[in-house]
Design a binder for this molecule. Structure first.
Ligand SMILES: CC(=O)SCCNC(=O)CCNC(=O)[C@H](O)C(C)(C)COP(=O)(O)OP(=O)(O)OC[C@H]1O[C@@H](n2cnc3c(N)ncnc32)[C@H](O)[C@@H]1OP(=O)(O)O
Ligand SMILES: CC(C)C(=O)C(=O)O
Length: 501
């Protein structure tokens, strides 16, 4: 057995789904479960079958749809819940029943009105009963974070003797400090005589913002299963976030631990869960937040452009983020501005950077973020005067459209002093216009991105059109503006053509 292998147990579909507003349909749960499988999680907690017929059915369907990870179902420490879990898991290739009961004195007294001795008896009985259905039984000692360590060790020893193969030590209320939690795990390693017969699992909540730190402390003290959710969703302040733990263990590879997580799939599943559960990821969330790899101040931007690792300990591409991390704001410097101008295809030897920078600052003082379209406007794009006599110019544009008319466009272009005209139909006026331009240009150009935006709002407004076209595998950007959206579009397209030719 590999002693440094850390098993990832995902509970997005159980603890994550308990959150108000995050409920998913069975079909949505199957989509998430398939993504978790592709991500490489070892165990998927698919639900709590006794809680509702819908949750029961989801566990049934996930068990059928997902074959690689172990499928786990949660129960309380009673036979009815365990029967329901066993029934829901009947199609699972590899199944786990996760049963348990409170372990802190506060739960024992105020939830169960019971005694330590009776609770251990119930725990042992539940594990033995669950073992009738599967060899893979996990026991959770709820509120272990606040439980007395000596009693916890006694309880854990008893459930392992009864057949538990994984023992989960949850910090249910997110109470512990990392040192305390790490010491608790170490205490169990040192005081539970049969601990080598089970894997210790850590399940931490984030009430004090310590879920990830506690999970790592648990691993460093002997736990080899981590219970997490995508984006850290879960009861109250959430659970340990899977992406944080996976990337901590990967980044600090010197610790020697490893998981089966395919980190490149992290961003994809994060956005899927965010959308499906309608639970927005905060912008500054580690690893997957919108700003996690966004550099906005000049000194940082300059540093990143010179050498990414000056300000990035992770490569965004390693978690599947493929975006430009240099955000232009009034705090940006010339290096960042130059970087974006070059990216948009401007030739820096033809530009007075100091002069453009001053105009950029004036614009940036009035706007939070400067977009590509803003930069293009700043550079006077969409104005064919920029390209001198050789520019392709639009000398005529006529468009007919309506309902039920078929959109038709006639375009005349002046190319090297010669006028050339063509007409074409399309599925809309812009498409018809671009088809007419293609009929003149006859080159392999593909419209890759098209966005249209009002400058200020209102029907009398000027529209800004941004286009990205592909030619010979290279991208070119075009920008146009006009009160007429078709005119703005044709100018954006011709602007891109002028950059190509
Ligand atoms: C820490 C966690 O995240 S645990 C998982 C939390 N998830 C959920 O609760 C899932 C959604 N829950 C439900 O659908 C419902 O609460 C059900 C179906 C589980 C239970 O519903 P009900 O039978 O109506 O009970 P209710 O929820 O009101 O109370 C919980 C009962 O379970 C008991 N209980 C709680 N935890 C456990 C446990 N681990 N083992 C045994 N009994 C338990 C409580 O003591 C209480 O019993 P009581 O009625 O004898 O006092
Ligand atoms: C059911 C258990 C593992 C739990 O969710 C908790 O204690 O937080």
């Amino acid at each position: 057995m590999d002693k440094n292998r850390v098993y990832v147990f995902d509970t997005t579909l159980r603890d994550g789904e308990q959150v108000p507003g995050c409920q998913l349909t069975t079909v949505e749960k199957i989509i998430v479960a398939k993504k978790l499988e592709a991500l490489g999680v070892d165990i998927i907690e698919a639900g709590f079958p006794i809680s509702s017929p819908g949750d029961f059915q989801s566990v049934v369907e996930i068990s059928k749809a997902v074959t690689e990870p172990v499928i786990c179902a949660l129960t309380r420490a009673n036979t009815t819940d365990i029967d329901a879990a066993a029934e829901a898991l009947r199609f699972a290739k590899r199944k786990r029943i996760h049963t348990g009961i409170g372990s802190s004195d506060i739960h024992i007294k105020h939830k169960f009105n019971s005694t330590r001795e009776q609770i251990v008896e119930r725990a042992v009985a539940a594990v033995k009963y669950a073992r009738k259905f599967t060899d893979d039984v996990e026991f959770f000692a709820e509120d272990a974070g606040r439980a007395d360590n000596a009693f916890l060790a006694q309880m854990i020893e008893a459930v392992i003797a009864a057949g538990a193969t994984t023992v989960n030590i949850p910090d249910t209320n997110g109470y512990c400090l990392p040192d305390q939690y790490g010491a608790k795990i170490k205490y169990l390693v040192d005081h539970v005589s049969n601990i080598d017969k089970a894997i210790i699992s850590v399940h931490c909540h984030n009430d004090l913002g310590l879920a990830t730190a506690n999970t790592i402390a648990g691993v460093m003290n002997g736990a080899r299963q981590v219970e997490c959710t995508i984006n850290g969703i879960g009861e109250r302040a959430g659970n340990t976030s899977l992406e944080e733990v996976a990337m901590i263990l990967k980044t600090h590879h010197g610790l020697g631990y490893h998981t089966n997580i395919n980190a490149k799939g992290i961003y994809d599943i994060s956005t899927l869960v965010e959308k499906m559960m309608r639970m927005p990821v905060q912008a500054n969330k580690a690893i997957v937040g919108r700003n996690a790899f966004a550099h906005s101040s000049g000194i940082h931007q300059d540093g990143v452009l010179k050498h990414r690792e000056n300000y990035e300990i992770l490569n965004p591409e390693d978690v599947g983020i493929n975006s430009n991390s240099i955000i232009l704001t009034a705090r940006s410097g010339r290096h960042a501005l130059k970087h974006h101008l070059e990216r948009l295809g401007y030739k820096m030897d033809k530009i007075n950077l100091d002069e453009v920078y001053q105009r950029f600052l004036e614009m940036a003082d009035n706007k939070k973020e400067i977009s590509d379209a803003d930069l293009q406007q700043l550079m006077g794009d969409g104005d064919d005067k920029n390209y001198g006599d050789k520019a392709i110019k639009v000398t005529l544009l006529q468009v007919v459209c309506g309902d039920p008319l078929r959109p038709m466009a006639t375009v005349k272009l002046r190319i090297n002093g010669e006028d050339r005209e063509a007409s074409a139909a399309g599925n809309g006026p812009v498409n018809a216009t671009i088809n007419a331009i293609h009929a003149i240009i006859k080159d392999d150009i593909e419209l890759d991105e098209f966005s249209i935006q009002a400058m200020h709002g209102g029907s009398e407004d000027v529209s800004k059109v941004n286009m990205r076209v592909k030619h010979n595998g290279q991208s070119f950007y075009g920008f146009g503006y006009s009160t007429d959206i078709v005119n703005a579009s044709v100018h954006a397209y011709v602007d891109a053509l002028n950059k190509i030719y």
